[in-house]
Write a protein that binds this ligand. Structure first.
Ligand code: MG
Length: 376
């Protein structure tokens, strides 16, 4: 049952280019379907989440991360009566604008843009996700991009500088007005956090960069560990390590999902929005309880210190930054190295086209392109 405060497809604020209503599926289903069929979505398979794609087949990629976000967001949507197709569309599209090599690649691309083309406007991965669905994809006869509904685009644009927001029209307005997005967008944002906190623990343990013993200092992990070994004492034995980790993590995800759902219902009860538009005017509604917020922050701090800044990860980060910088510099200094479709007459347009090209690369394509340009 769709709640009154949910996003209702028949009340959508519409698409940039008017289209006839879809038959046999809702507007938001159409958006979800368009995202799954676009090029940028398939490229997520070969883009880094934390571990570079070639490091091992079991590690998360941007694609499996996005699917896990969609799973968590959908299950919260069902508990809260939100629109499941919209929340799935936002989840699957939220990382489309990510560069190769995760955050390191994105930061380096932004630095390159700011240093070498200061008038071109920098690079923000979140804005890039919107740029892909609004402009970059070339699949439809009548428009560039995917021509998604306002509600999907609103959810994709999680954060945005005031300067960029002012150029985006309706979808950027909330960053100037300081209002909230739909509840589907708010929930996806937290589902993203639940997903990466847990799968990064799982991947971190698998890689051996973090250990179970370290994690036992984290109170929410320790609580669930105690629960599991009390119920299944045999899982404490070393040969059952994989199953132990799986059982702890699935229970932790459940705890966060239940807490988020209940705390959000309490906020809904307090503010009583009667439509998606009233949600936009309320303070932020999707939330953990303060206690779970503290647990989530503790997990994030742990991962930052022990995984994202682990020397083995930092070595990869260093190489990733160099590849992105070398590529950007080579192309901006010598646009003739680019194929005709990426060349532009105006310098700032050229910088943006290079940023689009580099951002669109998968890890392995960027490595190959770098080798092509810099090795004999
Ligand atoms: Mg994400």
């Amino acid at each position: 049952m769709l709640a009154a405060y949910a996003s209702h497809p028949e009340q959508s604020r519409g698409r940039l280019y008017p289209e006839s209503a879809p038959s046999g599926r809702s507007q938001f289903q159409r958006d979800r379907d368009r995202i799954i069929h676009c090029n940028a979505f398939r490229l997520l398979e070969y883009k880094t989440q934390v571990f570079v794609n070639h490091e091992g087949d079991l590690f998360r990629t941007r694609l499996t991360h996005s699917i896990e976000v969609a799973q968590i967001a959908r299950s919260i949507a069902r508990r809260l009566g939100l629109h499941e197709d919209l929340i799935e569309a936002i989840s699957l599209a939220h990382d489309l604008g990510h560069t190769p090599f995760g955050h390191a690649g994105q930061e380096e691309l932004n630095l390159c843009m700011r240093e070498l083309a200061p008038e071109a406007g920098g690079f923000e991965h979140n804005l890039q996700s919107l740029r892909i669905v609004d402009h970059i994809e070339e699949r439809y006869a009548e428009f560039n991009g995917l021509n998604l509904c306002f509600e999907t685009r609103e959810g994709i644009l999680k954060h945005c500088s005031a300067k960029h927001a002012a150029l985006l029209g309706e979808v950027g307005q909330r960053f100037l007005d300081r209002t909230q997005p739909s509840l589907e967008a708010q929930v996806t944002n937290i589902a993203d956090e639940i997903a990466y906190n847990h799968h990064d623990i799982d991947d971190g343990l698998r890689s051996g960069l973090i250990t179970l013993e370290q994690l036992l200092d984290i109170s929410i992990f320790a609580t669930h560990y105690e629960q599991v070994v009390q119920l299944y004492p045999q899982l404490a034995e070393p040969q059952n390590r994989k199953r132990l980790i799986g059982e702890i993590i699935r229970r932790m995800i459940h705890t966060f999902v239940v807490d988020l759902s209940e705390a959000t219902l309490a906020q809904l009860d307090k503010h009583r929005p009667k439509s998606a538009d009233e949600v936009r005017q309320c303070p932020r509604i999707a939330t953990f309880t303060p206690e779970m917020r503290a647990h989530a922050d503790e997990l994030k701090r742990f991962l930052r210190t022990n995984l994202y800044y682990h020397d083995r990860v930092l070595r990869m980060t260093l190489k990733a930054r160099r590849i992105v910088r070398d590529l950007f510099q080579a192309f901006i200094n010598e646009p003739a190295l680019l194929s005709a479709e990426h060349r532009r007459d105006d310098f700032n347009d050229q910088a943006r086209a290079i940023a689009d090209y580099v951002a669109g690369m998968t890890d392995r394509f960027a490595i190959k392109e770098h080798r092509d340009l810099f090795s004999m």
